[in-house]
Design a protein around this ligand. Structure first.
Ligand code: NAD
Length: 257
């Protein structure tokens, strides 16, 4: 592994537009379960229940959604950034970060200290809630208080519309601004580093391929194999926190010398 870490640090030294792409695996070391690993969210809940169309049309699905979402929010709210997030902040401090494109909804890249303008949240954020009818925004904790007090499906104070966290469900459109930005930053990157993603959710999973097709070097750091491994210049399988910390350590050595 040491050799691969050395190679990635060398890639970073020689690159100018580095994009880091993170998935749920970047946050498991902060105590937030991913979706697809054993013991992950989908081991406990059925993804079929969480299609956006069902949320819009079935009260029973909305109740299940809020149960799952409350469960995820409880671990997410008390989570702190882990060495993956901190290593990405170091890349920014070393002026080696073009952007972080994240599938995560946990806000941990912001919490760790990356600048707001560097972070592209493709799947939204769980930290706020909006009314699907009038767009009024609510603080997540305020809505969670209602759930704690027995409300099963919270509704808007203004218009009685359905409230939903500002995250993207299956079947719900990905925000246009973030998608455009993500494709743009991926296309122009010269080094694209995937950290902790199964790379099976589209369109996010097409970003590494887009980057590679436009000439970027592709690195994948993930515990398990991904469908894009064959495209990658380097694949490192293992715990992302330790790997990212070692890469940044090696990078610092190289910059010093
Ligand atoms: P995923 O669950 O499909 O895959 C996670 C991947 O991370 C797996 O391949 C696993 O091998 C790897 N992994 C887990 N822990 C790791 C570790 N410590 N080090 C290295 N690799 C590790 O997640 P995904 O690809 O992000 O896509 C699923 C969806 O999950 C996304 O849409 C995202 O919005 C959502 N999600 C987000 C959070 C969060 O915000 N933290 C949590 C759960 C799910």
């Amino acid at each position: 592994m040491e050799e691969l870490i050395e190679t990635v640090a060398e890639f970073i030294v020689n690159s100018r537009r580095i994009v880091v792409f993170t998935g749920a695996g970047a946050s498991t070391e902060s105590g937030i379960a991913d979706f697809r690993s054993p013991g992950g969210i989908w081991a406990k809940y059925d993804p079929e229940d969480f299609y956006f169309q069902k949320f819009l049309t079935q009260e029973e699905s909305r109740e299940k959604y809020w149960l799952m979402s409350t469960d995820l929010y409880q671990s997410l709210k008390k989570a702190s950034p882990n060495p993956v997030h901190l290593a990405i902040v170091d890349l920014e401090k070393l002026q080696k970060l073009d952007s972080v494109i994240t599938q995560n909804i946990d806000g941990l890249h912001h919490k760790a200290g990356n600048s707001r303008e560097k972070v592209i949240e493709l799947h939204g954020t769980a930290l706020s809630v909006s009314c699907l009818s009038c767009g009024r925004k609510y603080d997540r904790d305020e809505v969670q208080d209602r759930i704690r007090n027995g409300v099963k499906v919270p509704r808007c104070d203004e218009c009685e519309g359905l409230l939903k966290p500002d995250t993207i469900s299956f079947g719900q459109a990905i925000p246009e601004r973030e998608t455009t930005l993500a494709y743009e930053r991926s296309s122009t990157s010269d080094l694209f580093i995937v950290v902790g993603s199964s790379l099976v959710v589209q369109p996010a999973a097409s970003l590494p391929v887009r980057a590679k097709q436009n000439g970027a070097t592709l690195v994948i750091i993930n515990r398990d194999p991904t469908p894009c491994d064959g495209y990658a210049d380097v694949v490192i399988n293992g715990a992302a926190g330790e790997i990212m910390a070692r890469i940044v350590g090696k990078l610092r050595e190289k910059i010093r010398n």
